[in-house]
Each structure stands twice: as C-alpha cells, then as structure tokens.
Write a protein that binds this ligand. Structure first.
Ligand code: ADP
Ligand code: GN1
Ligand code: MG
Length: 361
C-alpha cells in the first residue's frame, strides 16, 4: 500500500463521509506530521487535516487529546452564534469508535480536524496589520479560556516554559557533547552561558497562572485570504496552565522579524519596532482587561526571554544530535539557534524603547 493510501485508510477511521481522493503532507511544523486529506462527497470536495501526534514529544497523547477536546468545545460554546463561528475554532472529527482520536496498528495516535478553508498561515510576517491580527487572536484565545471550567488542564509537557530547566539541559548537553558538535557551536554556547542571569526572571515574578497556548508562533494562527483578519488559533497540543507573557513573547519572536526562523543571512534578522507596537496593541485590545500590571510590565522582556529559550532549545537539540525538532538539512538546528540569538541581540538594543512603549499605553 502506498503512503497516500495508508493515510487514506487512517482517514476512514474517522466520521468522514464520501470517497477518498488523496492526501499530502501539509504545513511546516517541527513536531507532528500533518496531512491534508481530500474526500469527494457527492461531487463536493471536502478537506480535512489529519495529524499523527509525535509521541516522543507528547508522552501522553490521550492527555493531549482530552485537553484539546475540552478547549475546543469551550471555545465553540463561547463563539457560538457569532459571524463565521465554524471557522473560528478547530473542530475535531470523532473517530468511528466515538473517541476523539484513533490509534493505529503501530500505536500512533491520530486526530482529524475540519479544514479551515479560505485562510492560511504564514511563516514570516508581512505587515503590521497581520501582527495586530495575530496578537489580538491569541489575546482573545486566552480571554475566552479564562472561563474554562475546572479541573485544571493536564500538563502535556512538564516544565515546557521553565527557562531555568531549559538552561540546565543546555549545560548538560554541552558537557556531554554526545554528537561531538560543541566545538562547532562554541560561540553560541558562550552567548547562551553569558545570559544565565535572565533565565529565572519570569518565574520569580509571581505572575498568575492562566490557561495559555504556549506555542504562539505566527504560523499557528490562520488569517483570512480575503480580509486578512485572524480567523482561528490552531496547534493546540500545548494549551495548558502557563504564564501569559510567555505567549506574548513567542509572538515577538516569530512576528517581528521579516526573516523566517531558520534564516541563514543574519543581516535579515531584526526586531522591527512597528511590528512590536502592533503586537502590543493587538494583544492588549483583547487581553488588556484581565492582564495584571506585573504581567504587562513583563511583555517587552518576554520577547527576549522566549527567543532566548527557543534558541537554547535548538542549540541543545543540535548538541544532542537532532532528536527533537524535525530538521531538513545538516546544521539546521544550529542555524535556527543563530537566528534566535541574533534576534535576542536586536531586542536587547531596543529593549528600553519597547518597555517605554508598553508603559505609555
Ligand atoms: P505542528 O504542530 O506540526 O506545527 P499544526 O497544527 O500547526 O502542526 O499544523 C500544521 C499546518 O497545517 C498549519 O501551519 C496550518 O497551515 C495547517 N493547518 C492545521 N490545522 C488546520 C485546519 N484545521 N485547517 C486548515 N489548515 C490547517
Ligand atoms: C515547535 O510544533 P511547532 O512547530 O508549532 C515546538 C515549540 C517551538 C517551535 C519552534 C511541542 O512548535 O515549542 O517554539 O517548534 N513545539 C513543541 O519553532 O516543542
Ligand atoms: Mg504549528
């Protein structure tokens, strides 16, 4: 059986009517495998997103799916009756056995979502309006989930944004040097170690726990093809208890530089102030009501911290021999790390101005 037909067979395990037409790998995620699958339903082309959960990263895929079920139903109830409500929230297609997921013969967990049509994700930001839209969508996402009924969501990856632990993992990886690459990453290791003083700042600030997305990359929000407005926040595997500024920080990391995350020409990597300003305005338009003063005070800093954190995660993975993030070329994780650290430098040069901008609102 071809890979495409194998995917078709998985798709048929879900409540999907019609004839299977085809399947293709989709998107640029670093963790899961996503496929776009197409069905013919009485002459109508209907598409779905089918995803295989990476169980090396998500050790408890059932907990991930239980979180996603609760989160998507809550969001759906919150936007119900509003314009375009069926595109504003991811909709899980149940498996034929009634579960929200399917387990294949190899033990892989799969899920299927309705395809959100006439909208796209972007790997690099193109305008301040896009930045504003993305930040407002992630702010609304937090705001809508503030009323999620108990119990607390499961921690799908423990200590996901525990920057001090990420730092210790880097120290260990550099010391062990299992892939013999530390010599090739000396400058990056030195840069990382010189930043130790920032790693605990956010956790030491006693900020309130909230339901957060935790992976607010610009390419995790879909923008409408016609209006450019944010339609839907996607990639819900890491929605769990967390700190709001970490979500804002990942927007700064992924939505202020004109370059993609793995750009090799570092002269293209820069924190564009107007993009930051648009992010702050968009985020506060939705989250301004519930954020505390202390959370607001950490918004500019969060950009530096999360960019540093993801940078050291790429570096750690490079030193460990590329076992976590998908790579598409030799040295890919080191390139990604360099891009993050260049962005940290750019943020550092503008940090005071960024703080003043947030304070002025
Ligand atoms: P990953 O965790 O691997 O990043 P995502 O859930 O972000 O996976 O999905 C990968 C890509 O697939 C997204 O960037 C987006 O372009 C597309 N995608 C995901 N869900 C949908 C959906 N329901 N409708 C349309 N496109 C989607
Ligand atoms: C991964 O799945 P994806 O590509 O949206 C990672 C994030 C990183 C991001 C860096 C579960 O996100 O934490 O910030 O790559 N997801 C996980 O691009 O580790
Ligand atoms: Mg994604």
């Amino acid at each position: 059986m071809s890979e495409e037909h194998r995917i078709g067979a998985v798709a048929r395990q879900f409540e999907i009517e019609g004839e299977f037409i085809g399947a293709a790998l989709y998107g640029n995620g670093h963790i899961n495998d996503s496929y776009c699958v197409a069905f013919d339903r009485a002459g109508l082309l209907v598409r779905y997103i089918l995803q295989r959960i990476n169980h090396n990263v998500f050790k408890n895929p059932v907990a991930v799916m239980e979180n996603i079920k609760r989160v998507t139903s809550h969001l759906a109830s919150q936007v119900s009756g509003q314009l375009d409500s069926d595109r504003r929230v991811l909709t899980l297609i149940p498996a034929r056995d009634g579960q929200a997921w399917h387990v294949d013969a190899e033990g892989n967990h799969w899920r299927a979502y309705r395809f959100i049509e006439n909208a796209h994700t972007y790997d690099a930001v193109e305008s301040t309006e896009q930045a504003f839209q993305a930040a407002k969508a992630f702010g609304q996402f937090q705001q809508l989930l503030a009323s999620l009924p108990a119990p607390r969501l499961r921690n799908t990856i423990p200590d996901f944004h525990h920057t001090p632990k990420r730092f210790r993992a880097l120290q260990q990886a550099a010391a062990a040097d299992v892939a013999g690459r530390a010599i090739l990453a000396k400058q990056e290791i030195d840069f990382a170690f010189a930043h130790e003083s920032i790693v605990s700042v956010m956790l030491d600030a006693n900020l309130p726990e909230r339901v957060t997305h935790n992976d607010t990359k610009f390419n995790n929000v879909m923008l409408d093809d016609v209006t450019g407005a944010a339609v839907c926040v996607i990639d819900l595997d890491t929605v769990m208890p967390g700190l709001a500024p970490y979500d804002f920080g990942d927007m700064v990391r992924t939505t202020t530089s004109p370059a993609t995350e793995d750009e090799q020409d570092l002269s293209k990597v820069t924190m564009q102030f107007p993009m930051f300003e648009a992010l702050v305005r968009g985020y506060l338009a939705a989250a301004g009501e519930f954020l505390t003063k202390a959370e607001k005070q950490h918004l500019a800093f969060s950009g530096k911290l999360i960019t540093f954190e993801i940078g050291i995660r790429f570096l750690t993975d490079y030193l460990c021999g590329d076992t976590y993030f998908k790579i598409h070329r030799d040295g890919h994780n080191l390139d990604r790390c360099r891009t993050q650290f260049e962005l940290v430098r750019s943020i550092e040069r503008q940090e005071e101005k960024m703080d003043r901008m947030v304070e002025s609102l």
